[in-house]
Design a protein around this ligand. Structure first.
Ligand SMILES: [Fe+2]
Length: 251
């Protein structure tokens, strides 16, 4: 090798080394930039998640306020809606997600089932004796009125099913639409059992509370008539202590 070509080679090596250092610096800068992006993204994600949770809490607080407003008129039922919602969720949990998904909206529907009662006059709501046929007709409009109230609110759209159909019966003898069997949304069929369970096991001015055992008997006797037999089956798999715990916690 000549001296000249040796010098040329040394230069070439130096040039390549310099280029390599330059590329390494570039790569390091890029990595740093990427790390910054990732950190920014994590921060945005964290904030979004916090915001979503805050929104969910606000929704829940709004729904609770609304359901409390309804119940405030109906003093004897106490925290009926909250208990029914808890019972309903226990039963709903027994169904696979392909049939019934446990969403906040489902719980909203349970909590707001009687929201339509805001439109029922006190004289009917508080009438101590039995209702005459005109009063009964008005009273039986509360599921329709309720579903109209919640229909306008986007985050309550799913809840509307429970509100509208919570007085339907498996045998078709319910109201307001006289739906039967699986035409009634499953959430509303689940709710119907939870509702009767709470009605029976809480004290009313005209009768004492029944025992859970008695309520179970009544509900089973209505399987296939008032209630969907599959919902009654699901209800039967839940232990007494689960219901007793809910009743003790929400009173
Ligand atoms: Fe109702």
């Amino acid at each position: 090798m000549t001296v000249q070509s040796e010098v040329g080679l040394t230069h070439e090596v130096a040039r390549l080394r310099a280029e390599l250092r330059h590329r390494e610096r570039e790569a390091a800068d890029k990595e740093l930039q990427l790390q910054r992006y990732a950190a920014d993204l994590r921060e945005v994600f964290k904030q979004e998640r916090a915001r979503a949770q805050e929104l969910k809490r606000s929704y829940m607080a709004t729904v609770r306020a609304l359901s409390n407003a309804v119940e405030a008129r109906d003093a004897y039922t106490g925290k009926h809606a909250e208990r029914v919602a808890a019972y309903g969720l226990e039963i709903a949990r027994k169904f696979p997600p392909s049939e019934l998904v446990l969403t906040p909206e489902l719980e909203f529907g349970f909590l707001l089932h009687d929201v339509g009662k805001v439109a029922i006059p006190d004289a009917i709501l508080y009438k101590p004796g039995p209702l005459d046929s005109a009063e009964r007709a008005l009273m039986s409009r509360h599921p329709v009125i309720g579903s109209e109230i919640v229909h306008g609110i986007e985050f309550l759209a799913e809840a509307a099913d429970v509100v509208r159909f919570h007085h339907e019966r498996w045998d078709g003898a319910g109201y307001p639409d006289g739906l039967a069997g699986e035409d009634i949304p499953l959430a509303a069929r689940v709710f119907a059992v939870a509702d009767v369970l709470d009605a029976l096991t809480t004290e009313r001015p005209y009768r004492p509370a029944t025992s859970l055992r008695y309520a179970r008997g009544m509900i089973n006797a209505e399987s296939g008539q008032h209630f969907d037999p599959r919902v009654v089956e699901a209800f039967n798999t839940i232990e007494d202590q689960t219901f007793a715990r809910i009743a003790a916690e929400i009173r």
